[in-house]
Ligand binder design. Structure first.
Ligand code: NCD
Length: 310
C-alpha cells in the first residue's frame, strides 16, 4: 500500500497519481464496499468544506455522504448566497474555508482554479472539476466501476462517445486509461467536438493510442466499454457552435442492440444523448457508476485525511 502518495495531498488531477496509487485507492474502496460494517470513523472531529461554483448533484453530495459516513462534519459554501456575490475573490474565499475546515472539495468553471486554491490553502484541496480538463475523482470512480464490472481495466476495448472537446470527464478518463493497458481506445464525435490540442498532446505524451471515428456503428460490437458524455453546452464560447452539434449523437435501446456485453458509462447528468429506454438493459452501468462514487470518495478522503493525514 502506498498511502503516502495520498496522505495530506491535494487531489487536482488524475495525472498526479500513479497506477499503484490508484490501486491503493481502489483496494481501500473495495474494503468499504465488501465490509460496510467495518467502515472506520477515521474523519471524526474533521470538518470537510464543499465549495461548488458550478452546479453539481453527484460530486458534491457523494463527497458529503462519504465524509459523513466516516464521521466528519460537512460545511457548504453556496456561492449564490455567499460573499462571492459581493465580489470576494476566490483566494480570499479559499483562505476563509481553510481556516474553518480540514479539507476543501471545490468545483469551478475556470481551469486552474483548483491549483490556485491549493497555492493559498494549507489544507488539502480536492478538485471536483475545474474547466474542461480535470475531474480526478470522476475518472477514479469511472476506472473503479470498470474494474468492478469487467474484472479489470487492462486489455479492454473502449469507446469515448460525444463531447471530447469540452467534457473534462472525457479528458480525465483518457488520462486515467493511459495509466493502464487498454486494447483499443476509440473516440467517436462529430467534427466540432473533437479533442482540443492540449488534451490531444497530453494523450500523445502519455503514450495512449487513440483512434478517432465519425461513427459508432462499425465498432459497436467490438467494444467492452462505452463511455458517454453530454454536450457541455455551457462551455461553448459561441452559441452558434453549440447549435451545429446539438443532438448530433444519441444512444438508445435500438442502437445498443448491436452491442454485445459492453457496459455503458456516463458521468451524468444526461440530456438527450442517452435515451431512458437504455436504463432497463443489462448494459446500463451509469447508475451503478454514480453509486460507486461514494465508496471511491470515502477511500479518497480516508487516504488524504484519515489516520495518516493528521
Ligand atoms: C460532470 C462534470 O461536472 O464535469 N458531472 C459529474 O461530476 N458527474 C459531467 C457533466 O456535467 O456533464
Amino acid at each position: 500500500m502506498r498511502e503516502d502518495a495520498w496522505s495530506g495531498k491535494d487531489v487536482l488531477s488524475i495525472l498526479d497519481f500513479s497506477r499503484a496509487d490508484l490501486e491503493t485507492l481502489f483496494e481501500t474502496a473495495d474494503g468499504f464496499v465488501n465490509r460496510p460494517g467495518s467502515v472506520p470513523k477515521s474523519l471524526t472531529d474533521r470538518i470537510v468544506a464543499t465549495a461548488f461554483f458550478e452546479p453539481s448533484t453527484r460530486t458534491r453530495l457523494s463527497f458529503s455522504t462519504a465524509a459523513l459516513k466516516m464521521g466528519a462534519k460537512v460545511i457548504d459554501l453556496s456561492p449564490d448566497v455567499s460573499s462571492v456575490l459581493k465580489g470576494e475573490s476566490l483566494s480570499d474565499t479559499i483562505r476563509m474555508l481553510e481556516s474553518y475546515s480540514d479539507l476543501i472539495v471545490m468545483r469551478h468553471p475556470s481551469e486552474g482554479a483548483a491549483l490556485l486554491a491549493s497555492e493559498v490553502s494549507d489544507v488539502p484541496i480536492v478538485n471536483g472539476g475545474d474547466g474542461s480538463q480535470h475531474h480526478p475523482s470522476q475518472a477514479m470512480l469511472d476506472l473503479y466501476t470498470i474494474r468492478k464490472l469487467k474484472g479489470g481495466v487492462d486489455g479492454l476495448r473502449y469507446v469515448v462517445l460525444g463531447d471530447t472537446r469540452y467534457a473534462r470527464t472525457a479528458a480525465s478518463f483518457l488520462y486515467g486509461l493511459a495509466k493502464y493497458d487498454p486494447k483499443s481506445v476509440y473516440l467517436v464525435s462529430p467534427e466540432g467536438l473533437r479533442l482540443r490540442n492540449e488534451v490531444r498532446n497530453m494523450v500523445d505524451k502519455l503514450g495512449l493510442k487513440i483512434e478517432e471515428l465519425d461513427d459508432l456503428e462499425p465498432i459497436l460490437d467490438k467494444v467492452d466499454v462505452i463511455y458517454m458524455t453530454r454536450i457541455q453546452k455551457e462551455r461553448f464560447p459561441d452559441p452558434n457552435e453549440y447549435e451545429k452539434v446539438k443532438g448530433s449523437y444519441r444512444i438508445n435501446k435500438m442502437v445498443l442492440s448491436k452491442a454485445k456485453d459492453a457496459i455503458v458509462l456516463h458521468p451524468l447528468p444526461r440530456t438527450n444523448e442517452l435515451s431512458y429506454d437504455v436504463d432497463d438493459l443489462p448494459n446500463a452501468a451509469y447508475m451503478e457508476q454514480a453509486r460507486l462514487g461514494v465508496p471511491v470518495r470515502m477511500a479518497l478522503l480516508h487516504l488524504v485525511l484519515g489516520e495518516r493525514g493528521r
